[in-house]
Ligand binder design. Structure first.
Ligand code: G6P
Length: 606
């Protein structure tokens, strides 16, 4: 979490840093700050405060346009509450730095280096600055190398030294940093989203190397001071995607982009009617040889895995476990070399997912990562990668990344089914046709978004809701419930509807709206009976229903009909409807849809 930016060059640093921080606010938004270096006097000016980047702008009207070198930070608090003092950058002696990550041994270091009396904040980051100042003797790389030997934990540290004009230094362990040339200088950031409008290529900074940004050069050294090659990769994201356009919120824009982003993910992987993953470099052997799948992810990405599990087991008849990454390594997982690990992550930086991937690889398990951000840590760590082509996703609540993940998983499952002879040639054709229809099914839901907006109004006063369904409907409701919770703050529980009567039905009253999903042929009558059970207890039921299923609409407080597809493919129109529902509830409540309280989009702390 936390967004970091650094710039040195001939252009105005403050405006570039502030604009870039705004693009990175999804990494954390409880406080913001920047430090600018005066290249003539060498003086470093600090401005920081609790609040958003927008608030920081008000502190920067001191002629900041004359400064050409600086670093900035937008924070998601871990150590030390949200306050002006705890905002970054931190200055200690000759060191000014910003930090993303957690220094686990910060209290030990505080005592070992006798820093207590000089600290102004409660953060672990300021202690890292104190240790670096202790080692600094006009040799920045040596001070950095000495300091990181003492640090335990994850960090990306971006540093300026008081007596060195125009040069920015950085070092990282786990937490990411990327660097690039711009028209008028060089810059770095926590992720590529901030670089897109300034650069065509970027370098993911390797772990435990020291980066130097000069006005006209990017240099990389190992910890012993040996120069290292800088390897750049192309930025092929449409960077206009990182702006809101005419939409009031990124979340709405990203929901509306889905026909296009799903099509982009699919199109390049279907050739002459067949699923073809050769451009991704995924060999058929890895798909053919596994006996089981272990999927690992967090949050929305985990829901993509849970959804895929149903389809994998029914179509491929192989066992698939879905593991929440933060629990995985502590659960003594049972793995062998016939297990295929699939890790799913939008950012490719979620630390729990990365740690789990490193663990499975250490056990000799082969891995495929389904990732949105090119060159991200998880993508680089995995044996194989399928990139989703969703483009930059800015809203904290993930939408288009999820549907792109499902589309990528469908392609993977389809190809696996072909190589394992679980799909005959004729069946592959109809599988591919179903995949190709997904964008138009999303469009069919988006075109009727006003109806969903009307439904959303029924939820504005709700304190709690339940979302009920079975099978794939239940998996997709887990994602729908997460969306509604995170953006509207309504407590929402997705529940397997057959399980309600074992306790939870005690909570159903007429004040609690129940949202039901019915799309799966083999479950229709069971799901409808479960809905009757809650209606009998007074619940008002809002029903999302596949359009060709017959019900008496008068029995429901609202019904939304989803375009019909074969069962496995209903998940995409279904989730689109639930995304819109969450979005409208949040925006109608006047909430900050894109930046829900307490959250960050990229979770780089355990
Ligand atoms: C955070 C985000 C979620 C996301 C999860 C996993 O909690 O707010 O939207 O699903 O992290 O992130 P990843 O980047 O690994 O998909």
């Amino acid at each position: 979490m936390c967004g970091i930016v650094g710039y040195t060059g001939n252009g105005p640093a403050a405006s570039l840093i502030l604009d870039s921080l705004e693009l990175l606010e999804y990494r954390g938004y409880d406080s913001a700050g920047l430090a600018l270096k005066d290249s003539e006097t060498g003086e470093t000016i600090l401005r920081k405060r609790a609040g958003r980047v927008q608030d920081l702008r008000y502190l920067c009207d001191f002629g900041s346009e004359w400064f050409n070198c600086g670093i900035g930070h937008t924070r998601w608090a871990t150590h030390g509450g949200v306050s002006n003092d705890n905002a970054h950058p931190h200055r200690f002696g000759k060191v000014v730095l910003v930090h993303n990550g957690i220094i686990e041994n910060y209290l030990e270091l505080r005592d070992q280096f006798l820093l207590s009396d000089r600290l102004k904040s409660d953060t672990d980051s300021e202690i890292a600055a104190g240790v670096m100042d202790h080692f600094y003797n006009k040799n920045p790389r040596q001070a950095i190398a000495e300091t990181v030997r003492y640090l335990k934990g994850t960090f990306s540290l971006v540093i300026m030294f008081e007596d060195i004009p125009d040069v920015i230094y950085a070092v990282r362990n786990v937490s990411p940093i990327v660097a690039s040339y711009t028209n008028e200088g060089t810059m770095l950031a926590s992720d590529v989203t901030a670089l897109g409008i300034h650069a065509k290529q970027y370098m993911p900074v390797p772990e435990m190397n020291i980066l130097e940004l000069h006005k006209d050069a990017i240099r990389l050294y190992d910890m012993k001071g040996n120069p290292q090659a800088c390897e750049f990769i192309d930025i092929d994201w449409d960077t206009s995607r990182a702006s809101k356009g005419n939409y009031p919120f990124y979340m709405e824009k990203e929901i509306m982009e889905q026909p296009e982003t799903v099509m982009k993910t699919i199109k390049s992987r279907i050739r002459e009617g067949h699923i073809d993953l050769t451009a991704d470099g995924i060999p058929d052997s890895i798909l053919a040889e596994c006996d089981s799948i272990c999927a690992i992810a967090c949050g929305t990405a985990m829901h993509a895995a849970l959804t895929a599990k149903n389809i994998v087991q029914s179509r491929l008849r192989i066992k698939m476990e879905v593991e929440c990454a933060s629990e995985f390594i502590y659960s003594d997982p049972i793995l062998d070399e016939r297990t295929l690990a699939i890790v799913i992550s939008q950012s490719g930086e979620t630390i729990d997912t990365l740690t789990a991937l490193k663990y499975v690889r250490s056990k000799g398990v082969r891995s495929i990562a389904v990732i949105n951000v090119k060159g991200s840590s998880i993508a680089r760590e995995s044996d194989y990668v399928i990139y989703t082509d969703a483009g930059p996703e800015i809203a904290v609540a993930s939408t288009k990344a999820f549907t792109a993940q499902i589309a990528a998983m469908m392609l993977l499952i389809g190809r696996m089914a072909v190589v394992r002879h679980a799909l005959k040639p004729g069946e592959e054709k109809s599988f591919v046709e179903n995949i190709m229809k997904l964008p138009e099914q999303i469009t069919s839901v988006l075109d009727r978004r006003r109806d969903i907006h009307v439904i959303a109004r029924q939820l504005l006063e709700a304190k709690d809701t339940f979302m009920i369904g079975r099978g794939l409907d239940y998996s997709i409701l887990l994602e729908g419930a997460l969306k509604l919770k995170e953006v509207s703050y309504i407590h929402t529980e997705a529940y397997a509807s057959g399980e309600l009567k074992h306790g939870t039905i005690a909570l159903i009253t007429e004040d609690i709206p129940v949202i039901a999903m019915v799309t799966q042929t083999k479950l229709i009558s069971k799901e409808l009976s479960n809905i009757r059970e809650v209606k009998t207890r007074g619940a008002n039921v809002i029903l999302f229903l596949r359009e060709d299923i017959d019900v008496n609409e008068a029995e429901f407080s609202k019904v939304f009909r989803l375009p019909a597809a074969s069962d496995d493919f209903m998940v995409i129109p279904a989730v689109t409807a639930l995304q819109l529902l969450a979005y409208y509830v949040s925006s109608d409540k006047g909430l900050d849809v894109d930046k829900p309280r307490n959250l960050a989009k990229v979770v780089t702390v355990e």
